[in-house]
Ligand binder design. Sequence first.
Ligand SMILES: [Zn+2]
Length: 240
Amino acid sequence: MEAFDIAGLCAHPDDAELVMGGTLAREAAAGRKVALVDLTRGESGSRGSPAVRAAEAAEAARVLGASHRESLGLPDSALERTVAHRDVIVSALRRLRPAIVVTQHWDQRHPDHGMASHLVYDACFMSGLRNYRPDLGAAFRPRKVVFATSMTETIEAVPSFVVDITATFETKMRAIRAFASQFSPAAGETVALPFERFQESVELTARRQGQRIGVTFGEGFVTREPVEIDDLLALRGRSI
Ligand SMILES: [Zn+2]
């Protein structure tokens, strides 16, 4: 049975790249086994066919160094906090058995993003219940669930910790650019946010998160529980 160190679970192909791409690339470069799980195929996206987006998603995973990527095929733009949708994720968790799960923050503009956050959190708990749906695989519970705070448009979530992605920022941007169909308007199409502006926005967010810990680029994350520290002297960064 496969077992992964880290699994990034997000609503749509390209979400993980945007909010945790630098972190996952850094972990993969350190030899960690990383899986990407897209809850939907992004079929409601305004551009690019599902087949094109699947090929782009595979390429982006390769760029980040993830050893596995799959789509759970849940309906795009119709994710619901239902038992049926949750159990599709339970099944994936029991198959992939990731130690750490990273997902999206719950307070987001796109309803799918918030829904994915709740579904993944619920699924991580239910997956560990021995007598719950044994037909979906042997019980397994990830040790930690971590929520990415980058690109939360409606709030500025204060991260529990920030990962320095200065060394992998370019890799993150290459992975985002792998989704070329999303950024290629048809002839005559008016684009609300041109790709150059979009890239600037991604960079600004990474710079803001990095600023919090005194590095060039960062990605922020929250955990619902406080972060445990063994050794005060091992605390990194500076307070003042
Ligand atoms: Zn999305």
